[in-house]
Design a binder for this molecule. Sequence first.
Ligand SMILES: C[S@@+](CC[C@H](N)C(=O)[O-])C[C@H]1O[C@@H](n2cnc3c(N)ncnc32)[C@H](O)[C@@H]1O
Length: 379
Amino acid sequence: MNNNKDKQATLFKNLESVPFIYGTIIFNKEKLVCFLDGINDQSNLSLLKNKIIGLKELINSPKSDREGLLNIDPNGDTIALRRDVLISELNQILEARTLERAKYYLKRLKNGVQKFKTCKVNDINLLRWKEYDEIITDSLWVMDKRDTSGVHLGWYWGNFIPQIPHQMMLRYTKKGDWVLDTFVGSGTTLIECKQLGRNGIGIELNQGVAQKAKELIDKEYNRYKISTEIISGDSRTVDIKTILDKHGIKQIQLLIMHPPYHDIIKFSKDEKDLSTAKSTDEFLKMFGEVVDNVTPFLEKGRYFALVIGDKYSKGEWIPLGFYCMQEVLKRGYLLKSIIVKNFEETRAKRNQKELWRYRALVGGFYIFKHEYIILFKKK
Ligand SMILES: C[S@@+](CC[C@H](N)C(=O)[O-])C[C@H]1O[C@@H](n2cnc3c(N)ncnc32)[C@H](O)[C@@H]1O
């Protein structure tokens, strides 16, 4: 099984910047650029459009490729373009009313093939931004099911869906960056690290949970040969410097925290566990101590994603999410986004739906259906 994956990795070794392998067309880059230049030389709009129609036909029936555009040399310079995006860009050229406009779209297409423009915190090629429709940019996330790829099992009560660290890493890390999750639980973040080629460190108080997470993470295929480490300890006091020194790094590039939502789920009886805090104030104090312990090790200009929900206590809504947000802001972070994400419906929740609706009507409250992903940037 792994052998096959290795072969695939070798085959696509020149395509590391390509976000999606499937539904892509692999071109000989040099020949494609030459071909696009040839189209650009046309001095008449209909001749230019005829060439574009020719390119579309070639995409639809590769056997007609006389130019060798799809002639892939495994060691050559190849480029994979998403088929649907490419077709839509070619259609846009075909719809242009002036030669000037058509050449403008053509130049944009050529730039996307030739150049790579990205920002400091991720690998997104902004010249081909249309290909990244997997990346969410809206602040309302409605997800009806969890990702179950690889070893993501969702066995741990209180875990988060893999899509959360997945989105955060695509947006806020580059391949090979280091991610720290201070409440790693069942290791969802580190499994995702392996899938996306980011190095990951996770801290978990509960030794048994940490051990089980480690065993699962070890089973995930390590395609990008990255490092992952699970440390069993208290995130408020664990010596981060020593951990980073061991890996020969001074800082991490993404911080993820998914703390207990105070006492909604009691993870253990350990007094170091945030879910055993006697009051909201004590919970916030403990949470603040974790933030203080790790903040010096987050690189400047990098991101911190806090995943947290609110709670009810004695008939009162406790806005834990906003309280935690304030704790982080007090420490000088910049607020970048508050994302509201739905809770997916589990069978247990579905069975109790009627009961909760009745209780809500009696008690004058609303049933929790959302949690937050609060995003901060280190100034
Ligand atoms: C909401 S769960 C995180 C789940 C995780 N995101 C996942 O997908 O499995 C919170 C975790 O924080 C751990 N925890 C509580 N207090 C802690 C502390 N002081 N240091 C480290 N971990 C702690 C709990 O044992 C629990 O596993």
